[in-house]
Design a protein around this ligand. Structure first.
Ligand SMILES: [Ca+2]
Length: 355
Protein backbone atom coordinates (compact mmCIF):
# COMPACT_ATOMS: atom_id res chain seq x y z
CA UNK A 1 0.00 0.00 0.00
CA UNK A 2 1.36 3.40 -0.95
CA UNK A 3 1.02 5.77 1.97
CA UNK A 4 0.99 9.50 1.44
CA UNK A 5 3.77 11.40 3.15
CA UNK A 6 3.05 14.46 5.21
CA UNK A 7 3.86 17.70 3.44
CA UNK A 8 3.38 21.30 4.55
CA UNK A 9 -0.26 22.28 4.26
CA UNK A 10 -1.57 24.80 1.81
CA UNK A 11 -5.18 25.76 2.26
CA UNK A 12 -7.77 27.03 -0.15
CA UNK A 13 -10.13 29.06 1.94
CA UNK A 14 -13.06 31.34 1.64
CA UNK A 15 -11.64 34.17 3.66
CA UNK A 16 -14.64 35.45 5.51
CA UNK A 17 -15.91 32.32 7.12
CA UNK A 18 -14.97 29.32 9.14
CA UNK A 19 -17.25 26.34 8.93
CA UNK A 20 -20.24 26.62 11.22
CA UNK A 21 -19.79 24.51 14.32
CA UNK A 22 -20.94 20.99 13.90
CA UNK A 23 -20.84 20.83 10.14
CA UNK A 24 -17.35 19.54 10.11
CA UNK A 25 -17.13 15.84 10.76
CA UNK A 26 -18.55 13.67 8.04
CA UNK A 27 -21.55 15.54 6.78
CA UNK A 28 -23.11 13.95 3.77
CA UNK A 29 -23.21 17.28 2.01
CA UNK A 30 -20.49 19.85 1.68
CA UNK A 31 -21.16 23.14 3.41
CA UNK A 32 -19.69 26.54 2.71
CA UNK A 33 -16.72 26.22 4.97
CA UNK A 34 -13.06 26.66 5.46
CA UNK A 35 -11.25 23.90 3.55
CA UNK A 36 -14.48 22.45 2.17
CA UNK A 37 -15.85 25.29 0.09
CA UNK A 38 -18.15 23.96 -2.60
CA UNK A 39 -17.98 26.48 -5.39
CA UNK A 40 -21.24 25.76 -7.21
CA UNK A 41 -21.02 26.45 -10.90
CA UNK A 42 -24.29 28.18 -11.85
CA UNK A 43 -24.35 26.12 -15.03
CA UNK A 44 -24.40 22.96 -12.95
CA UNK A 45 -26.97 24.17 -10.44
CA UNK A 46 -29.88 21.76 -10.19
CA UNK A 47 -33.27 22.64 -11.63
CA UNK A 48 -35.22 24.18 -8.81
CA UNK A 49 -38.75 23.45 -7.76
CA UNK A 50 -40.80 26.67 -7.52
CA UNK A 51 -40.10 28.11 -4.05
CA UNK A 52 -43.76 28.20 -2.83
CA UNK A 53 -44.23 24.51 -3.68
CA UNK A 54 -40.95 23.61 -2.05
CA UNK A 55 -41.90 25.57 1.06
CA UNK A 56 -45.29 23.84 1.26
CA UNK A 57 -43.45 20.49 1.42
CA UNK A 58 -41.24 21.80 4.21
CA UNK A 59 -44.32 22.92 6.11
CA UNK A 60 -45.84 19.46 5.79
CA UNK A 61 -42.64 17.89 7.15
CA UNK A 62 -42.49 20.40 9.99
CA UNK A 63 -46.10 19.74 11.03
CA UNK A 64 -45.36 16.00 11.01
CA UNK A 65 -42.45 16.73 13.33
CA UNK A 66 -44.77 18.36 15.82
CA UNK A 67 -43.93 22.00 15.14
CA UNK A 68 -47.00 24.16 15.76
CA UNK A 69 -48.99 25.70 12.91
CA UNK A 70 -48.70 29.08 14.65
CA UNK A 71 -44.89 28.91 14.57
CA UNK A 72 -44.93 27.85 10.93
CA UNK A 73 -47.31 30.65 9.97
CA UNK A 74 -45.07 33.20 11.64
CA UNK A 75 -41.85 31.76 10.21
CA UNK A 76 -42.84 30.72 6.70
CA UNK A 77 -45.74 32.85 5.43
CA UNK A 78 -44.48 35.31 2.87
CA UNK A 79 -40.95 33.91 3.03
CA UNK A 80 -38.88 34.59 -0.09
CA UNK A 81 -35.51 33.20 -1.11
CA UNK A 82 -32.72 35.68 -0.49
CA UNK A 83 -30.72 36.39 -3.68
CA UNK A 84 -27.71 37.60 -1.68
CA UNK A 85 -27.43 34.22 0.01
CA UNK A 86 -27.57 32.45 -3.36
CA UNK A 87 -24.95 34.79 -4.77
CA UNK A 88 -22.54 34.28 -1.89
CA UNK A 89 -23.09 30.54 -1.83
CA UNK A 90 -22.29 30.23 -5.52
CA UNK A 91 -19.59 32.80 -5.86
CA UNK A 92 -17.28 32.40 -2.92
CA UNK A 93 -13.88 33.74 -3.74
CA UNK A 94 -11.10 31.44 -2.68
CA UNK A 95 -7.65 32.48 -1.64
CA UNK A 96 -4.73 30.20 -1.08
CA UNK A 97 -2.59 30.56 2.00
CA UNK A 98 0.02 28.47 3.66
CA UNK A 99 -1.07 27.23 7.07
CA UNK A 100 1.48 29.52 8.71
CA UNK A 101 0.30 32.48 6.64
CA UNK A 102 -3.28 31.90 7.61
CA UNK A 103 -2.50 31.71 11.31
CA UNK A 104 -0.42 34.87 11.07
CA UNK A 105 -3.29 36.59 9.32
CA UNK A 106 -5.84 35.58 11.95
CA UNK A 107 -3.83 35.94 15.14
CA UNK A 108 -2.89 39.57 14.73
CA UNK A 109 -1.51 41.62 17.60
CA UNK A 110 -4.81 43.53 17.81
CA UNK A 111 -6.83 40.32 17.88
CA UNK A 112 -4.69 38.84 20.67
CA UNK A 113 -4.90 42.09 22.65
CA UNK A 114 -8.70 42.33 22.29
CA UNK A 115 -9.13 38.71 23.32
CA UNK A 116 -6.88 39.15 26.36
CA UNK A 117 -8.92 42.19 27.42
CA UNK A 118 -12.22 40.37 26.97
CA UNK A 119 -10.79 37.39 28.83
CA UNK A 120 -9.89 39.57 31.80
CA UNK A 121 -13.31 41.22 31.75
CA UNK A 122 -15.16 37.88 31.78
CA UNK A 123 -12.58 35.84 33.66
CA UNK A 124 -14.76 34.96 36.66
CA UNK A 125 -17.61 33.68 34.52
CA UNK A 126 -15.29 31.92 32.06
CA UNK A 127 -13.54 30.11 34.91
CA UNK A 128 -16.81 29.09 36.53
CA UNK A 129 -18.09 27.68 33.26
CA UNK A 130 -14.72 26.05 32.60
CA UNK A 131 -14.72 24.20 35.88
CA UNK A 132 -18.32 23.08 35.51
CA UNK A 133 -17.67 21.57 32.08
CA UNK A 134 -14.01 20.61 32.55
CA UNK A 135 -12.83 22.69 29.60
CA UNK A 136 -10.17 25.43 30.04
CA UNK A 137 -11.54 28.96 30.21
CA UNK A 138 -8.83 30.09 27.78
CA UNK A 139 -9.98 27.59 25.16
CA UNK A 140 -13.60 28.74 25.54
CA UNK A 141 -12.53 32.37 25.15
CA UNK A 142 -10.39 31.56 22.10
CA UNK A 143 -13.25 29.83 20.30
CA UNK A 144 -15.51 32.76 21.16
CA UNK A 145 -12.88 35.10 19.67
CA UNK A 146 -12.43 33.12 16.46
CA UNK A 147 -16.09 32.30 15.84
CA UNK A 148 -17.70 35.69 16.35
CA UNK A 149 -14.89 38.10 17.21
CA UNK A 150 -15.89 38.02 20.90
CA UNK A 151 -19.56 38.23 20.08
CA UNK A 152 -19.22 41.29 17.87
CA UNK A 153 -19.98 39.51 14.58
CA UNK A 154 -22.45 36.75 15.12
CA UNK A 155 -24.34 37.40 11.92
CA UNK A 156 -27.31 39.56 10.98
CA UNK A 157 -29.03 37.34 8.42
CA UNK A 158 -32.43 35.91 9.37
CA UNK A 159 -31.62 32.23 9.86
CA UNK A 160 -34.91 30.80 8.61
CA UNK A 161 -34.75 32.68 5.28
CA UNK A 162 -31.05 31.88 4.88
CA UNK A 163 -31.46 28.15 5.46
CA UNK A 164 -34.60 28.00 3.30
CA UNK A 165 -32.69 29.68 0.48
CA UNK A 166 -29.68 27.35 0.74
CA UNK A 167 -31.84 24.24 1.00
CA UNK A 168 -34.11 25.22 -1.88
CA UNK A 169 -31.41 26.56 -4.19
CA UNK A 170 -28.95 23.72 -3.94
CA UNK A 171 -31.41 20.98 -3.00
CA UNK A 172 -29.07 20.04 -0.21
CA UNK A 173 -30.67 17.78 2.38
CA UNK A 174 -28.21 19.07 4.98
CA UNK A 175 -29.71 22.58 4.89
CA UNK A 176 -33.29 21.33 4.72
CA UNK A 177 -32.72 19.37 7.89
CA UNK A 178 -31.08 22.43 9.50
CA UNK A 179 -34.13 24.50 8.52
CA UNK A 180 -36.44 22.06 10.30
CA UNK A 181 -34.16 22.23 13.36
CA UNK A 182 -34.29 26.04 13.26
CA UNK A 183 -38.10 25.90 13.19
CA UNK A 184 -37.97 23.58 16.21
CA UNK A 185 -35.83 26.14 18.07
CA UNK A 186 -38.37 28.89 17.41
CA UNK A 187 -41.22 26.57 18.38
CA UNK A 188 -39.58 25.83 21.73
CA UNK A 189 -39.44 29.53 22.54
CA UNK A 190 -35.69 29.74 23.07
CA UNK A 191 -35.43 32.75 20.79
CA UNK A 192 -37.93 35.10 19.18
CA UNK A 193 -38.28 34.65 15.45
CA UNK A 194 -37.17 38.23 14.77
CA UNK A 195 -33.98 37.67 16.78
CA UNK A 196 -33.07 34.33 15.15
CA UNK A 197 -30.10 35.56 13.17
CA UNK A 198 -26.77 34.25 12.08
CA UNK A 199 -24.26 34.00 9.27
CA UNK A 200 -25.05 33.76 5.60
CA UNK A 201 -24.43 30.00 5.93
CA UNK A 202 -26.91 29.58 8.77
CA UNK A 203 -24.52 29.48 11.73
CA UNK A 204 -26.11 31.14 14.71
CA UNK A 205 -25.11 33.33 17.60
CA UNK A 206 -21.82 33.89 19.32
CA UNK A 207 -20.67 30.23 19.17
CA UNK A 208 -21.79 30.01 15.50
CA UNK A 209 -23.79 26.83 16.02
CA UNK A 210 -25.80 25.32 13.21
CA UNK A 211 -29.37 24.63 14.40
CA UNK A 212 -28.67 20.87 14.76
CA UNK A 213 -25.67 21.65 17.02
CA UNK A 214 -27.81 24.08 18.97
CA UNK A 215 -30.39 21.37 19.66
CA UNK A 216 -27.66 18.99 20.85
CA UNK A 217 -25.29 21.25 22.75
CA UNK A 218 -26.72 24.68 23.61
CA UNK A 219 -26.92 25.34 27.36
CA UNK A 220 -29.05 27.50 29.62
CA UNK A 221 -26.24 28.35 32.01
CA UNK A 222 -27.80 31.48 33.52
CA UNK A 223 -30.99 29.57 34.31
CA UNK A 224 -33.53 31.95 32.77
CA UNK A 225 -35.22 29.11 30.88
CA UNK A 226 -33.78 30.02 27.45
CA UNK A 227 -30.67 28.79 25.73
CA UNK A 228 -29.62 32.20 24.52
CA UNK A 229 -26.43 31.90 22.48
CA UNK A 230 -27.07 35.33 21.02
CA UNK A 231 -27.01 37.50 24.14
CA UNK A 232 -26.17 35.62 27.35
CA UNK A 233 -22.44 35.31 28.00
CA UNK A 234 -23.04 32.42 30.40
CA UNK A 235 -25.10 30.53 27.84
CA UNK A 236 -22.55 31.27 25.08
CA UNK A 237 -19.54 30.08 27.11
CA UNK A 238 -21.34 27.01 28.48
CA UNK A 239 -22.58 26.03 25.02
CA UNK A 240 -19.04 26.16 23.60
CA UNK A 241 -17.74 24.16 26.57
CA UNK A 242 -20.52 21.57 26.32
CA UNK A 243 -19.75 21.11 22.63
CA UNK A 244 -16.07 20.41 23.34
CA UNK A 245 -16.80 18.13 26.28
CA UNK A 246 -19.18 16.08 24.15
CA UNK A 247 -16.49 15.89 21.48
CA UNK A 248 -14.08 14.28 23.91
CA UNK A 249 -12.15 17.13 25.52
CA UNK A 250 -9.96 15.74 28.31
CA UNK A 251 -9.27 18.29 31.05
CA UNK A 252 -6.07 16.55 32.08
CA UNK A 253 -4.41 17.16 28.72
CA UNK A 254 -3.57 20.12 26.54
CA UNK A 255 -4.18 20.51 22.79
CA UNK A 256 -0.63 20.16 21.49
CA UNK A 257 2.50 22.21 20.97
CA UNK A 258 4.82 23.61 18.34
CA UNK A 259 7.78 21.35 17.62
CA UNK A 260 11.06 21.27 15.74
CA UNK A 261 11.64 18.52 13.16
CA UNK A 262 14.88 16.87 12.08
CA UNK A 263 16.22 18.04 8.71
CA UNK A 264 15.97 14.53 7.29
CA UNK A 265 12.29 13.61 7.28
CA UNK A 266 12.73 10.12 5.77
CA UNK A 267 12.20 8.21 9.01
CA UNK A 268 9.21 10.32 10.04
CA UNK A 269 7.56 9.99 6.66
CA UNK A 270 7.94 6.22 6.85
CA UNK A 271 6.73 5.94 10.46
CA UNK A 272 3.91 8.48 10.40
CA UNK A 273 1.97 8.59 7.12
CA UNK A 274 -1.13 10.73 6.67
CA UNK A 275 -4.41 9.50 8.07
CA UNK A 276 -6.84 8.13 5.56
CA UNK A 277 -10.15 8.76 7.31
CA UNK A 278 -12.13 11.61 8.76
CA UNK A 279 -12.95 15.10 7.56
CA UNK A 280 -10.45 16.85 5.35
CA UNK A 281 -8.25 18.20 8.13
CA UNK A 282 -7.89 14.70 9.60
CA UNK A 283 -6.58 13.53 6.25
CA UNK A 284 -4.03 16.35 6.37
CA UNK A 285 -2.36 15.15 9.58
CA UNK A 286 -0.29 12.11 10.43
CA UNK A 287 -1.43 8.99 12.21
CA UNK A 288 -0.96 9.13 15.98
CA UNK A 289 2.24 7.78 17.55
CA UNK A 290 3.34 7.72 21.20
CA UNK A 291 5.34 10.77 22.27
CA UNK A 292 8.31 8.51 23.04
CA UNK A 293 8.29 7.42 19.40
CA UNK A 294 8.36 11.02 18.20
CA UNK A 295 11.30 11.64 20.49
CA UNK A 296 13.10 8.65 18.98
CA UNK A 297 12.36 10.05 15.51
CA UNK A 298 14.20 13.25 16.41
CA UNK A 299 11.28 15.57 17.16
CA UNK A 300 11.92 18.22 19.84
CA UNK A 301 10.01 21.10 21.35
CA UNK A 302 10.23 24.30 19.29
CA UNK A 303 12.89 25.59 21.71
CA UNK A 304 15.02 22.49 21.14
CA UNK A 305 14.27 20.85 24.49
CA UNK A 306 13.05 17.25 24.67
CA UNK A 307 9.35 16.43 24.35
CA UNK A 308 7.46 15.67 27.58
CA UNK A 309 7.75 12.11 28.86
CA UNK A 310 3.98 11.68 29.19
CA UNK A 311 2.44 8.48 27.82
CA UNK A 312 0.35 10.22 25.17
CA UNK A 313 -0.31 9.77 21.50
CA UNK A 314 0.35 12.69 19.20
CA UNK A 315 -0.04 13.47 15.51
CA UNK A 316 2.04 15.74 13.32
CA UNK A 317 0.59 18.78 11.55
CA UNK A 318 3.00 20.53 9.19
CA UNK A 319 2.99 24.14 8.12
CA UNK A 320 5.49 25.82 5.83
CA UNK A 321 7.81 26.85 8.65
CA UNK A 322 5.94 25.89 11.83
CA UNK A 323 5.14 22.31 12.80
CA UNK A 324 2.95 20.96 15.57
CA UNK A 325 2.42 17.77 17.51
CA UNK A 326 -1.23 17.61 18.47
CA UNK A 327 -2.97 15.51 21.12
CA UNK A 328 -6.46 13.98 21.26
CA UNK A 329 -7.95 17.30 22.51
CA UNK A 330 -6.99 18.82 19.18
CA UNK A 331 -9.45 16.43 17.57
CA UNK A 332 -12.21 17.94 19.74
CA UNK A 333 -11.27 21.34 18.26
CA UNK A 334 -11.46 19.85 14.76
CA UNK A 335 -14.88 18.52 15.80
CA UNK A 336 -15.94 22.12 16.34
CA UNK A 337 -14.52 23.15 13.02
CA UNK A 338 -12.57 20.81 10.77
CA UNK A 339 -9.73 23.09 9.67
CA UNK A 340 -6.13 23.08 10.92
CA UNK A 341 -5.94 26.85 10.51
CA UNK A 342 -8.86 27.09 12.92
CA UNK A 343 -7.84 24.51 15.50
CA UNK A 344 -4.23 25.73 15.65
CA UNK A 345 -5.40 29.33 15.98
CA UNK A 346 -7.60 28.33 18.92
CA UNK A 347 -4.78 26.41 20.61
CA UNK A 348 -2.14 29.11 20.09
CA UNK A 349 -4.50 31.90 21.18
CA UNK A 350 -5.41 29.94 24.32
CA UNK A 351 -1.69 29.55 25.11
CA UNK A 352 -1.27 33.31 24.81
CA UNK A 353 -4.11 33.90 27.29
CA UNK A 354 -2.43 31.64 29.81
CA UNK A 355 0.74 33.71 29.92
CA1 LIG B 1 -30.28 31.36 29.51
Amino acid sequence: MLLRALTPLTLSLAVWSWAPAGTSAQDAQPVPAAETTPAVDPAEAPVRQPFPEWLADVRTDALARGISAATLDAALLGLEPNPVVVQRDRGQAEFTFTLDGYIQRRLTRAMIRDTARAYRRHRTLLRRVGSRYDVPSTIIASIWALESNLGRFSGVRPTIATLATLAWDGRRPFFRSELLDALTIVDRGDIDLAALKGSWAGAMGQPQFMPSSYLKYAQDYDGDGRKDIWRSHGDVFASIAAYLREHGWNERQTWGREVGLPSDMTAINAAAPLREEGCRAFRGMSVALPLARWTALGVRRANGRPLPKAAMDASLVRGETRNFLVYPNYEALLGYNCAHAYALSVGLLSDRLQR
